[in-house]
Design a protein around this ligand. Structure first.
Ligand code: NAD
Length: 709
């Protein structure tokens, strides 16, 4: 059952009943139509109330149906709306919780709308690279006025019913009910009060216009273009709303439909829809059910108040949790506390935090040099130097002071979480929480699941991540986890491109034009070139077969560690961050190339982008194969939230899916045949090869959870 029918004397109440958000999938649409036909044929029914079961009226269309046959199957949402609008008896929408997207469009088809205070109204389609495709762009301007409607449609953000009700001249809501408990009764009374009204009001008959239409829409177009240059949806929204003001309703509706269908199949909308689902999918862990009990976390301890520890502490203070911050010396503790204070005070200066909230947060911070102060913490996060022996000693101490059941987390970037766990008598309580720098800003959190990490520890870590507003992705233990392991291959490939003739500037610009926030060389200069150097030195002894371009090592030998030394792949003026081409580096690259006996060749932007992105994709496929990442959507979320991959490309794995995996593999084979290139590097991961041969995709095989086959 996806819609309930109740007869209350003279009023029929049709209730959308499709948990969790009354999504308007095919079955629900059919059920609503059947209920409406029943109300039509029952002579005793004087009017209809349409409401929603559970916490919300309707979250709108079912996005999993988009681009499939079911979305097109009759009755389409437009048919249901048409049936309601032309219904012979009054239909009153009763809104609570949220009326979003198709849910709001359905309500706009009703003759009247009542809403309880607190109801969120939105047309969020633009966030999926679409426009409201069931009349929203035509009806909303008629009830709200063009400017407010376009604002709502372009932002995709929700407004509260009470704010709408206050707008002068609005015709979106006929009645605001202050007590949500009274909504049903109020809607039924309202329906009785209008039962005899004829003709019935229809939004389509209202006028839509703007006194300075042409100028206003030109202005809106300029803004939309500037805000989202790669995303076609905002401009289409402006066009469709303009059509509402210049064309008859039916023509405008057809135009909206045409633009909607055009957007539906754009790569950008596919990518944004993928991201929407992938984001929600990260929380699902195949063998850890949603109802896994969580451990209460009411107090936190952070060990090490350096770059990471101070940022990590800020996250929990923001969430209102007390944090004990432990250091090994008074000076380091002083520095760490000052760093935390600076972050909050910086927000106060920018007007993002009130002075009072700043004081409250700092009051929750307990700087300490005494291990025993960690005894109260339910979660302890270690962020000391990246050195196994140092971390092992810290975990032995934590094991001694932490209360039973406390979660012991490490922020290590490269060390083996299982080995760290083995330093304690409670490896089941140990988990990796890999924050990214700056930890109070970056959205990404890799939750590293050790061999013995207990399911409730994992479930608790995921819930905590939500509480501190991070996107958490589960990774199994390996060197570099998901993000940095892939990044290493990306950097190796960037080095090979230098050897073959590209310059750091050309490579950075090509990938930045593709949409990445920062190219590999600017990124490395920012993070510090010595970090990669340390990792490579380890690789040279552990994996002597792995080939690297030597340029990055030469750079470090020259002491060019990046922005912090005023020189890296680029030159930097004192106190400035803009990257200037360096003649010294160009010379070094040339000399290095000569030692390799390579003649430089011109490399086009497309090849640069493919080589960098496919390097990520191939390693991503290996991560899936090994079960380090459970789903390709998780890998995409890592790159979108931690590495500046453009959201409108959907992440590296989705991008590969969109190119077609066969085409990806063929391109990789072409690179492997290049005499300068490394054939071993371009050996496709077996999973990639298998999917390509089957005409499969990472998303279809991995988005539903579970480890790789
Ligand atoms: P950092 O050098 O800035 O800070 C480390 C702090 O730990 C220092 O303040 C030091 O005094 C303190 N410390 C050392 N031993 C201690 C002990 N026994 N007890 C208490 N405090 C002790 O280092 P960081 O950049 O903050 O890195 C910390 C951890 O986070 C490392 O494991 C690193 O790999 C990881 N990490 C760093 C980044 C990054 O970008 N910096 C990103 C992700 C993860």
């Amino acid at each position: 059952m996806t819609a309930l029918y109740q007869f209350l004397g003279d009023i029929a109440v049709i209730t959308l009943d499709h948990p969790p958000v009354n999504g308007l999938d095919l079955a629900t649409r059919r059920a609503v139509v059947q209920a409406l036909l029943r109300a039509q044929s029952d002579g005793a029914v004087q009017a209809v109330v349409l409401d929603g079961a559970g916490r919300t009226f309707s979250g709108g269309a079912d996005i999993k149906e988009f681009g499939t046959d079911r979305a097109m199957q009759s009755p389409h949402l437009l048919d249901v709306i048409e049936l309601i609008e032309s219904f012979g008896k009054p239909v009153v929408a009763a809104l609570h919780g949220a009326a979003m997207g198709g849910g709001l469009e359905l309500a706009l088809g009703c003759h009247y709308r009542v809403a309880s205070a607190g109801t969120r109204l939105a047309l969020p389609e633009v966030k999926l690279g679409l426009l409201p495709g069931a009349g929203g762009t035509q009806r909303l301007p008629r009830v709200l006025g063009v400017e407010a409607a376009l604002n709502l449609i372009l932002s995709g953000e929700a407004v509260l019913a009470e704010a709408v009700a206050r707008l002068p001249g609005q015709k979106l809501l006929d009645l605001l009910v202050s007590d949500p408990q009274q909504l049903r009764d109020a809607a039924v009374s309202f329906a009785r009060s209008v039962a005899a009204d004829r003709p019935l009001p229809q939004v389509r008959r209202l006028p839509a216009g703007h006194p300075q239409g042409a100028a206003f829409f030109q202005f809106a177009r300029n803004t939309a273009r500037a805000m989202a240059p790669h995303i076609p949806a905002p401009l289409a929204c402006v066009d469709a709303v303009e059509a509402a003001t210049t064309r008859p309703f039916e023509v405008g509706l057809a135009y909206e439909r045409e633009r909607f269908m055009g957007l539906m199949y754009t790569p950008v909308s596919r990518a944004l829809r993928h991201v929407f689902l992938a984001e929600r999918g990260t929380a699902r862990i195949a063998d850890v059910p949603d109802d896994t009990p969580r451990r209460p976390v009411l107090a936190v301890g952070v060990v090490g108040a350096g770059t990471m520890g101070s940022g990590i502490a800020v996250n929990f203070l923001d969430a209102g949790l007390p944090v004990a911050l432990l250091e090994s010396s008074a000076e380091a503790l002083e520095r760490g506390t000052a760093a935390v204070t600076r972050i909050f005070e910086g927000r106060v200066k920018k007007g993002k935090l009130s002075a009072e909230a700043c004081t409250q947060r700092l009051a929750l911070l307990q700087p300490t040099l005494d291990d025993s102060d960690l005894g109260r913490a339910d979660l302890l996060i270690e962020a000391v130097y990246e050195d196994f022996d140092v971390k092992a000693a810290v975990f032995r101490r934590l094991d001694a002071v932490a209360k039973p059941g406390a979660i012991l987390a490490t922020n290590t970037s490269t060390l083996d979480v299982d080995r760290i766990a083995a330093c304690t008598r409670r490896p089941q309580d140990v988990v990796g929480l890999h924050f990214f720098s700056p930890a109070h800003v970056m959205k990404l959190l890799e939750v590293v699941r050790g061999r013995e990490t207990a399911p409730d520890v994992l479930a608790t870590a995921m819930a905590l991540a939500r509480q501190i507003k991070k996107t958490a992705v589960v990774a199994r233990v390996c060197d570099g986890f998901i993000g940095n392991r892939m990044l290493e291959q990306y950097f190796r490939q960037a080095g090979f491109l230098l050897d073959e003739g590209a310059t750091p500037g050309q490579i950075d610009q090509a990938i930045e034009r593709f949409g990445l926030a920062m190219g590999p060389f600017r990124m490395s200069d920012l993070a510090g070139n010595d970090i990669g150097w340390a990792i490579r030195k380890r690789r040279y002894s552990e994996q002597p077969d792995m080939r690297y371009s030597g340029t990055a090592d030469r750079l470090c030998e020259m002491g060019r560690f990046g922005q912090k030394t005023g020189a890296g792949w680029y030159d930097y003026q004192p106190g400035q961050r803009s990257a200037l081409p360096s003649a010294e580096v160009a010379q070094m690259i040339e000399a290095h190339r000569a030692t390799l006996g390579l003649a430089p060749r011109r490399i086009g932007d497309q090849e640069i982008v493919q080589r960098l992105v496919y390097a990520l994709v191939n390693e991503g496929a290996r991560l899936l194969e090994e079960g380090i990442a459970a789903k390709s959507g998780d890998i995409d979320m890592v790159y979108l939230t931690g590495y500046g991959f453009p959201v409108w490309r959907g992440g590296p794995m989705h991008f590969a899916d969109q190119q077609g995996l066969l085409s990806v593999v063929q391109t990789m084979r072409r690179f492997a045949a290049n005499p300068h290139d490394d054939a071993a590097f371009w050996q496709p991961a077996p999973l990639l090869e298998k999917l390509a041969a089957q005409g499969g995709s990472f998303g279809a095989d991995h988005s539903r959870g579970g480890a790789a086959s």
